[in-house]
Write a protein that binds this ligand. Sequence first.
Ligand code: UD1
Ligand code: CA
Length: 422
Amino acid sequence: MRGIRAVILAAGEGTRMKSARSKVLHELFGKAIVSYCVEAARESGVRKVYVVAGSNRAELKKFFGGSVEIVHQAKRLGTGHAVMACEKALRGYDGDLFVLAGDAPLVRGATLAEFRSRFSKDGAAAGILTAELENPRGYGRILRNAAGEVTGIREDLDADECEKDIREVNSSMYCFRAKLLFAALKKVTPDNRKREYYLTDAISILAEQGEAVQGYALAGAAELLGINTRQDLADAAKEIWKRNLEAHMGAGVTVVSPGTTYIEAGVRIGADTVVHPFTHIEKDVAIGKNCSIGPFAKIRAGSRVKDGAAIGSFVEVVRSTVGENTLVKHLAYLGDATVGRGVNVGAGTITANYDGKNKNRTRIGDGAFLGCDTVLIAPVKVGRGARTGAGTVVPRGRNVPAGVTVVGVPAAVLKSKNKLKK
Ligand code: UD1
Ligand code: CA
């Protein structure tokens, strides 16, 4: 197979989102819309990715760092014009090129890989990923001749009554021989209702030249969804939500109530862990094996929960590590905490991690036992095997030594003339 690169179109203004942020950077279950598309391309074997940006150029540059090449489309003159903006960056490149829409996050890497291999096998000049839709309104329609060969794409706005009845639509995901594409784009003119340079016109131009143009109906309707509105965003979220849960269940995690469990992108969970109802696990969380999570737990980004630990009802954990076999079973808040193994965190325990200016760390040693309603004012440490009585408040910096029991407000060592050891 020839080499493959990908151009992702993301310069659109996204006006229908009614947002100050670039549409493609809106989060979908913990990951930016455009990242899904970039990752699907990478999964299918693409190394080099170009993202076409417009007024969102600075935002996209910052977001991607150097991981993709940002190409600037100075004026928004249509999808064909957007691809043309990449001509310079791709000069001399003689391989294949995916062109994908940055606002279509549901396409799977496996679908693109299959698309690419069919395209290669057929020796096509252009391939279009298509789908049959019940309601094709708004999409470009795939035009085929009597022999079933693709002859072009008609935009919804430009379609006549007959063409509007066609249910096979353009996904806006293509594979091209790069050189042939750029030559064809030079011939595209903006003679359509929107006065834009349509990428779709490159298809009819190539077909007229006698090049092989193929439509592949590989994608289900769900993979096509383009996000234009907040409603679309919610619809896409439903799909990603389902996929994330399926992936975890497939890896041996019990999800007791899929309908009330939210697990964002980029979460790892070990086998035989049980996730109970009404639980929300944010991106960038790793949970070990044999854990019990929830019900009503919130595990936020940057958290690590080790094997055999239990995070129970109404517990919030953020940027914290919870050690092996540690129990945090009811009504607790662990923020910026490092909790050792075999710790018992009593109901109502709070790490007071924010002093109004800074977030501070709390460290709790292995085997410690925190009585109900303990407040640990960070930065502070509780030594190995130390104990706190119910309602204890440990002030910042007043570390509790290993093996010692403290009680009261402020915490004082039990049975030692009420003096707190430093
Ligand atoms: C496009 C297709 C249509 C297809 C549909 C699938 C064209 C002419 N039409 O229509 O056949 O069924 O997608 O969703 O291509 N963009 C730029 N620069 C521009 C214009 C657009 O980067 O100057 C980007 C947008 O950010 C977006 C993508 O290209 O990611 C598609 O553009 P959009 O205007 O949404 O095209 P549709 O009208 O949806
Ligand atoms: Ca669109």
